[in-house]
Design a protein around this ligand. Structure first.
Ligand code: SF4
Length: 404
């Protein structure tokens, strides 16, 4: 339902959707927009040409463009967060008061359910946000990373951390040991995730099994875990279950296993292939080799799942660039990917403390510039050949954009 009106001669709209409530106001020749989930939490906003998105962990990313294709990004600090959130809720509080006092013109009366939603947004104060950040830390080990098409998933950490944790370019899980949750811990975790997200669940699509390598869990434990998830959530309605896989882990799964997991709602797995070049994979200390990835993709697809393949652009610098492109193209072309699959190009993001950066320095590897990394992605893409079963969706994966 959409309500249009005038407030101090400015046009405003309130859109009550099944998953969120959006308020927009045309003010001083610019548009102010903010959306809230069904618990009243701020979700997204737009003001002065800057867009904002808040994650469940309380982090807010601001993005704006300064010309064609130049996009800037900033994570807000506590003061900036306050300056965004407090006025957003205050605006709704003021609006409600004006509606109460009959001071605004609206095209139709707001139903009681709409007034209740606005009251809930009004009541969501700064203290509640502080409380939410604490609650998040009780519910989740910080969610390290998700594939870009899964940022709106409900994350269930059936495992914590990474069973390898060796890769020199990855710092997501260095802070935690690998652990598989036992049945009681999983039940408690699901319960606390659902009560934390609450009515905000309506914004969520799909279920993502955390953390880095949840499918390493042996089948005899994984199946009861998925059954438990089915008892608590409508998996089909949510769009199915998704997870990362390292193709190279302990108890390898075969296509019969994947078929069974597919019957239990698993739809797609994401594999950090990084490169088709084994020498480069060794340098990255990636577990397993390129052929292991190809075998895992074959088994996965034979089991009825789709795959998301992640390629690391810029890895190995100039010295590895040629071999990285050649071998990556060759390996992907052997995978028989189709229109259900995804290919992500993810730029290597370095920092000084990173083991990769140290190793690259010692090996005298000359880094690629961001433009050269982009060009590397285009060169790989240009070499890919697909069958008449269709072309996978190919896109960029910037880990700096990740928000949950
Ligand atoms: S296997 Fe994946 S999550 Fe684990 S360390 Fe390597 S890149 Fe990171």
């Amino acid at each position: 339902m959409v309500i249009n009106g005038k407030w101090n001669k400015n046009h405003f709209t309130i859109s009550f959707k099944s998953n969120c409530t959006t308020f927009s106001l045309e003010e001083n020749a610019s548009t102010y927009v903010c959306s809230f989930d069904k618990t009243g939490r701020f979700w997204t906003g737009l003001t002065n040409g800057i867009s904002y998105r808040r994650g469940l962990n309380g982090n807010i990313v601001a993005k704006w463009s300064s010309g064609k294709e130049i996009l800037h990004r900033k994570w807000l600090n506590e003061n900036e967060t306050k300056e965004l959130l407090i006025p957003a809720h205050q605006k709704i509080r003021n609006l409600l008061q004006e509606i109460d006092n009959n001071h605004i013109d609206i095209n139709s009366s707001i139903p009681y359910s709409g007034i209740e939603e606005l009251q809930m947004i009004s009541a969501f104060g700064w203290e509640k946000y502080i409380q939410e950040i604490f609650q998040y830390s009780q519910v989740y080990c910080p969610v390290g990373i998700l594939p870009p098409d899964q940022y709106n998933a409900i994350v269930l950490q059936i495992t914590e951390g990474c069973s390898f944790n060796t890769c020199t370019f990855c710092t997501f899980y260095k802070d935690r040991p690998f652990k598989i949750k036992n049945p009681k811990e999983l039940e408690d975790h699901i319960y606390s995730v659902l009560s934390f997200i609450g009515d905000g669940m309506s914004l969520r699509r799909t279920i993502f099994l955390g953390d880095a390598n949840a499918l390493v869990v042996p089948m005899k434990h994984l199946i009861p875990m998925l059954e438990t998830i089915h008892q608590k959530l409508d998996v089909e309605k949510l769009g199915g279950i998704f997870a990362f896989l390292d193709g190279f882990s302990g108890e390898k799964k075969n296509h019969n296993d994947y078929q069974m997991l597919n019957k239990l709602g698993l739809k797609r797995i994401y594999i950090g292939m990084e490169s088709g070049n084994n020498e480069l994979l060794d340098l990255l200390k990636k577990p397993g080799n390129a052929q292991d990835v190809a075998a895992a993709v074959q088994d996965t697809k034979a089991g009825g799942l789709s795959v998301g393949i992640i390629i690391l652009l810029g890895a190995g610098g100039k010295q590895f660039a040629h071999a990285h492109i050649q071998d990556t193209v060759k390996l992907i072309n052997q995978m028989n990917l189709d229109a259900d699959d995804l290919i992500y190009f993810s730029e290597l993001i370095e920092n000084e403390g990173m083991e990769y950066t140290q190793a690259a320095y010692q090996a005298n590897l000359e880094p690629l510039t961001p433009e050269e990394r982009e060009a590397q992605g285009r060169q790989i893409e240009a070499g890919l050949v697909f069958t008449d079963k269709g072309t996978p969706h190919i896109s960029r994966y910037d880990i700096r954009d990740f928000i949950y």
